[in-house]
Design a protein around this ligand. Sequence first.
Ligand SMILES: *[C@@H]1O[C@H](CO)[C@@H](O)[C@H](O)[C@H]1NC(C)=O
Ligand SMILES: *[C@@H]1O[C@H](CO)[C@@H](O)[C@H](O)[C@H]1NC(C)=O
Ligand SMILES: *[C@@H]1O[C@H](CO)[C@@H](O)[C@H](O)[C@H]1NC(C)=O
Ligand SMILES: *[C@@H]1O[C@H](CO)[C@@H](O)[C@H](O)[C@H]1NC(C)=O
Ligand SMILES: CC(=O)N[C@H]1CO[C@H](CO)[C@@H](O)[C@@H]1O
Length: 376
Amino acid sequence: MILSYFTPYLFLAAAWAKILYAGVNESGGEFGVFGTPGTGLPGRFGVNYAFINKSTVDIFVDQEKINFFRVTFLMERMCPLEFGLGSKFNETYFDEYADAVNYITLQKEAYALIDPHNYMRYNDPSSQPFSGSVIGNTTDPTAATTRQFEEFWNELARRFVHNPRVVFGINNEPHDMPTQLVLENNQAAINGIRAAGAQQLILAPGNGFTGGHAWTQVTGNGDEPSSDFLNMLHDPARNTAIDVHEYLDIDFSGGHDECTQPAPSNLANLTTWLQENHLKAVISEFGGGNNQNCFDFINEMLTYLAANDEYIGWSIWAAGPIWGTSSPCCGADTGSLEPGMLNDLGQPNAFSTLWPAAVRPNIPKDLKRSGISSLL
Ligand SMILES: *[C@@H]1O[C@H](CO)[C@@H](O)[C@H](O)[C@H]1NC(C)=O
Ligand SMILES: *[C@@H]1O[C@H](CO)[C@@H](O)[C@H](O)[C@H]1NC(C)=O
Ligand SMILES: *[C@@H]1O[C@H](CO)[C@@H](O)[C@H](O)[C@H]1NC(C)=O
Ligand SMILES: *[C@@H]1O[C@H](CO)[C@@H](O)[C@H](O)[C@H]1NC(C)=O
Ligand SMILES: CC(=O)N[C@H]1CO[C@H](CO)[C@@H](O)[C@@H]1O
C-alpha cells in the first residue's frame, strides 16, 4: 500500500492531562527462545509461552481496578522466519494473542497495549536484547526493511481496527542503532497503522532502551539523543504519545534489588522536552525490589507522574502466567506481580509485598473507563 501523508501535523497539545491508564505488564508471549538461534520457535502455547491467565486479569480489574495491561509477544512467532516480517501471520499464534487482548478489552473493558517485544530487531531473538538484525539496516542483507515493518503494523492494526480499547506500542526498547532509524521505523509504523483506518493511541519508543533518564543523552555507541529526533514524528490522527521505560536501580536496568535512582530528577529533562514539544508520555515499564526503600522510590515516581501533566499512564513490570518463582525485575527474592505465585524463597511474591505498599495506593480512581484509547 502506498502511503502518503504530506502534512506534518503536530501532536495534539492538551492544556491538561491526567493519568488515564494504570496497570501492569503481562509478560510471557515472548518466553522460551533463549539459547541457540531457533530455540523455542515457533514454540508451544502454554509450555514455552503464554499470554495471560484470565483469572488473574480478573483479580487486577475487579479487585485492583486497574485499566491497562501491556501484553507482550514475539515478532518471530507472529511472523515466522519462513514468511518474513510483513502481513502474513501465523494465524494460530495470532488467535492465541487476540484471545488474550480480546479478553482484556471486550470482556473486562480494560485497555490493552499491544507490545511486539523485539528491541526493533527481527530474525533472531535467541539472545535478546542484542541478537537479531536491526529493522531497516540497509547494509545488512538479512535485515527486515522499514517497509516490511510498515506492512506488519498495517496488518496488525487492520485486525484491531474495530477495537477502541487497544493501544499500539510500536516496539519494545530500541537500542544501539541510529536514532534517525528509530524515527523512520516509528514513522513507518504510524503510517501503516493509520493507513489501516485505525485511530487508536500509538506509543512511540526512543533509542537507548527508551530510557527516560537518557532521553536527552547520547546512548549506545554514540547514538544521538532521542530528544533530537522523536519530536519529528507526525501522526495524521494526532494520537501518538512517547513510550518510556524507567527502572530505579543503579544502572536503570531493573536488575538490582536496591533503588538508588530517583525518578523526579532523572525524568526532569524528559518532562521539560515533553512540555516544549507538546507531547505526552506513558511509562510502560518500571519496577523496584522487595524492600522499603524501593517502595518509597516507586511511590515517589507514581506521585511525580500524577503531578506532571505530560504523563498519561503507566504499567509496572511484570505479571504474567509463566514466571513461576522467577523475578522479572529487581532482585531474586522479589518474584513477579502475578497474583497467587511465590518468589524464589517460597514466600509471597511482589503482588503481596510491593503492590500493596507502593502501587495500589497510587491507582487513580478516575482512570479512563470508556471510549477510544487517546491522549485525553
Ligand atoms: C490462574 O490463576 C488462578 C488464580 O490465581 C490460579 O488458581 C490458577 O492456577 C492459574 N492458572 C494457571 C494455569 O497458572
Ligand atoms: C504457528 O504457531 C503454532 C503455535 O505455536 C505452531 O504450532 C505452528 O508450527 C506455527 N506455524 C509456523 C508456520 O510457524
Ligand atoms: C548493520 O549491518 C551491518 C552489516 O551486517 C553491521 O555491521 C552493522 O553493525 C549493523 N548496524 C546496526 C545498527 O546494527
Ligand atoms: C539534563 O540536562 C542538563 C542540561 O542540558 C544536563 O546538564 C544534565 O546532565 C541532564 N540530565 C540528565 C539526567 O540527562
Ligand atoms: C527488567 C527486566 O526484567 N527486563 C526484562 C524484560 O523482559 C525482557 C524479555 O522478556 C528481558 O530481556 C529483560 O531483561
